[in-house]
Design a protein around this ligand. Structure first.
Ligand code: NAI
Ligand code: MG
Length: 360
């Protein structure tokens, strides 16, 4: 049966790494039927908006998408494409595995982490009041009358909402992910001692939900303490369950632990839809040179394959990436090589085909 997949090449290095990923997924030969749609700067030129309705409609019909990075235009008052996607499709869980890859030197003995990040709430909910605006003044008045808080006139505000229902679903998601992927331990990062009603509620809700999953170990840790522990010995951690903001920061920390942004795949998952994309951005500094590392995008494609039930094909692609990296001959400049994006794509695709004869 064919799999319908929406492909959004995106901006900057997006089209380059997307082409390489498409080549690899086609080599996996599971009958993907691509619907190509635009978003970002390309879409702005064609449709006058960053996220055209026809692109969202395509994702709704295919249910899964592989997406390149989007350049966020500075100024102009556009709603961020990633925020639009997460909100309109309710992609509440971001999943970002960071594992040490063969042939890529790391500072630690072993790293095999998965960040599970809440994607819709917290300080990234987009509820902001600009310094000096009438809304900020009204909010200051309200806070004074509610709790006697005296806030400076020149303050701006970003609101941090965290709900029981929003937390419950991400906690269940993390525990179910652990079970489905044979992972043993979840570590929840928070600052509940300072932010009792947001992070505190996240922690309390997780404690309750975790009782339904006695087979999965879990612990909580203060977020600042987590950063130093991760830098020191990441092998002690497995799944990291985090509210939105901490999840964003810790994902990049984990990317650094395993050799950089060119390697880390990701998924944004909701009950109905899922959008797979690398953690990296559109890299304007190297765009157009054909030297971007496509591996993060290719591994995002492997996550997509697993999501649509093509377990063997997903393993095939991951194995092929490992082959190419461990040989160390074909690699892009970020990994010290001099190959092009497409040479890496072609080499991984060749290895994918070789898998038919079994792993060597
Ligand atoms: P970036 O991830 O694009 O680049 C950071 C650094 O990593 C650059 O030096 C870049 O050359 C390098 N890099 C990134 N991906 C690479 C790859 N595949 N191979 C080799 N080197 C790679 O982050 P930056 O510069 O902060 O953002 C650039 C643009 O991307 C911005 O407009 C930002 O808003 C957007 N962005 C979009 C995301 C998305 O659509 N999911 C995620 C992050 C940023
Ligand atoms: Mg980020």
């Amino acid at each position: 049966m064919a799999h319908l997949v929406t492909l959004i090449p995106g901006d900057g290095i997006g089209p380059e790494v997307s082409e390489a990923a498409r080549l690899v997924l086609d080599a996996a030969d599971v009958g993907i039927e691509w619907i190509e749609r635009s978003a970002g700067a390309t879409a702005l030129g064609l449709h006058g908006e960053l996220m055209p309705a026809e692109t969202l409609d395509a994702i709704r019909s295919s249910r899964v998408a592989l997406k390149g990075p989007i350049t966020t235009p500075v100024g102009g008052g556009f709603r961020s494409v990633n925020v639009t996607l997460r909100q309109d499709l309710d992609l509440f869980a971001a999943v970002r595995p960071a594992r040490a890859l063969p042939g890529v030197p790391i500072r630690h003995r072993s790293v095999d982490l998965v960040v599970v990040r809440e994607n819709t709430e917290d300080l990234y909910a987009g509820i902001e009041f600009e310094r000096g605006s009438p809304e900020a003044a009204a909010l200051r008045d309200e806070l004074r009358s509610l709790g006697g808080y005296e806030l400076r006139e020149d303050a701006g505000f970003s609101v941090k909402p965290i709900s029981v229902s929003g937390t419950r679903r991400i906690v269940r998601f993390a525990f179910e992910y652990a079970r489905a992927n044979g992972r043993k331990k979840i570590t929840l990062g928070h600052k509940a001692n300072v932010m009792r009603y947001s992070d505190g509620l996240f922690l309390e809700t997780a404690e309750l939900e975790s009782r339904g999953f006695p087979d999965v170990d879990w612990q909580d840790i203060q977020i600042d303490h987590l950063t130093s522990r991760l830098a020191k010995d990441p092998s002690r951690f497995d799944i990291l369950l985090l509210p939105n903001l901490y999840g964003d920061i810790i994902s990049d920390l984990c990317a650094g632990l395993v050799g950089g942004l060119g390697l880390i795949p990701g998924a944004n998952i909701g009950w109905e839809y899922a959008v797979f994309e690398a953690v990296h951005g559109s890299a304007p500094d190297i765009a157009g040179h054909g030297t971007a590392n496509p591996i993060a995008m290719i591994l995002s494609g492997a996550m997509l394959l697993r999501h649509v039930g093509e377990q063997a094909a997903a393993e095939n692609v991951e194995w092929a990436v490992d082959q190419v990296l461990s040989r160390g001959v074909v690699r892009t400049p970020d990994l010290g090589g001099s190959s092009t994006t497409m040479q890496v794509g072609e080499e991984v695709a060749t290895q994918v085909t070789a898998w038919e004869h079994g792993p060597s």
